[in-house]
Design a binder for this molecule. Structure first.
Ligand SMILES: Cc1cc2nc3c(=O)[nH]c(=O)nc-3n(C[C@H](O)[C@H](O)[C@H](O)COP(=O)(O)OP(=O)(O)OC[C@H]3O[C@@H](n4cnc5c(N)ncnc54)[C@H](O)[C@@H]3O)c2cc1C
Length: 271
């Protein structure tokens, strides 16, 4: 923990596999007990920090005959025999972050590296994913706010037909809609952060924040590119980079569809 807090140790969390992402309980990576070790076999993909990580928290099946109840979390360290890193994947955006494949071939991991309780891995993940989803939502709203700032500057400087782009009624309306939606998102986000601090944030509230704020960011960035015209498509402009980076936001950390499933399942008539 000290190394993680000081930033000296880089970590990753490896859940997704080549054949499964949303349907986590169908994962195939196994960890079979052999004396004081687990023997891990399987592959993970799309893992953020996969190349640079010193410690990887790997979701495994300690009981492959079970779904959720068979899952556990193992901490696997850099240099462990049988743990190989694959390609640093070539992505549409987020180029400053590495995203990698990981392979485990008869990788022997001491049982002391079990994180939490055997068979409780899914529960441990669910308990912490709400915070991760809220942090993605916070990043989304901050990025949307920044995209709006860049666009306000640009549309006040750039002119067409003898007036600033921002002076056209269409531009004003689009800018007004974005400013309004960002304000609304910030209010909901603040409420969720208060709930998180009070240890009251529900999985459903975090899912609402995650899908709505990331879909908002996607809409906002797209409108901002439009208001930049052709320059919005040039990577020397930050809004173009934001356009490349935004697309993944509604996919990782749980897709928009899965967030709506989580919320939808919890809805009941009030009476
Ligand atoms: C840049 C990047 C970084 C990532 N970082 C990590 C990481 O650090 N650790 C990690 O473990 N994973 C990571 N991921 C993986 C990411 O979490 C998954 O891509 C995501 O959960 C979706 O899984 P999938 O790609 O297998 O899509 P699938 O699960 O195959 O889904 C494909 C489509 O089907 C839809 N779908 C699936 N099930 C349902 C359903 N029940 N109802 C309706 N629609 C459904 C999905 O919403 C999606 O639109 C990362 C991915 C990327 C691209």
């Amino acid at each position: 923990m000290p190394g993680i807090c000081s930033g000296e140790l880089i970590t990753a969390i490896a859940m997704t596999e080549p054949a499964i992402g949303s349907d986590l309980a169908s994962m195939a990576t196994s960890a079979i007990r052999d004396g004081d070790h687990y023997v891990v076999n399987g592959a993970k993909t799309f893992i953020t920090n996969g190349i640079n990580a010193d410690l990887v928290i790997v979701a495994v099946k300690t009981d492959p005959s079970e779904r959720h109840k068979g899952m556990s979390l193992l901490v696997i360290e850099r240099g462990t025999e049988g743990f190989e890193r694959g390609r640093n994947l070539n992505k549409v955006g987020l180029h400053s972050q590495d995203t990698a494949e990981l392979f485990f071939n008869d990788c022997r991991v001491p049982v002391t590296n079990l994180l939490g309780t055997e068979g409780m891995g899914f529960i441990h993940l669910v308990e912490n994913l709400a915070q991760e989803r809220l942090s993605i939502a916070a990043g989304a709203v901050a990025a949307a706010r920044q995209a709006l700032r860049w666009t306000l500057e640009y549309t006040h400087e750039r002119t067409a037909f003898g007036q600033p782009i921002a002076a056209f009624q269409n531009s004003r309306f689009v800018l007004a809609e974005m400013a309004t939606e960002i304000e609304i998102a910030e209010v909901f986000l603040d409420r969720c952060v208060e709930a998180l601090c009070a240890v009251e944030l529900t999985v459903e509230e975090a899912a609402m924040a995650k899908w709505w704020c990331t879909e908002l960011q996607k809409r906002v960035v797209d409108h901002c590119v439009q208001l930049h015209g052709g320059y919005g498509f040039m990577l020397e402009y930050p809004i173009a980079r934001a356009y490349c980076d935004v697309r993944i936001q509604t996919i990782y950390g749980g897709t928009t569809e899965i967030m709506k499933e989580i919320i939808g399942r919890s809805l009941r008539p009030e009476s």
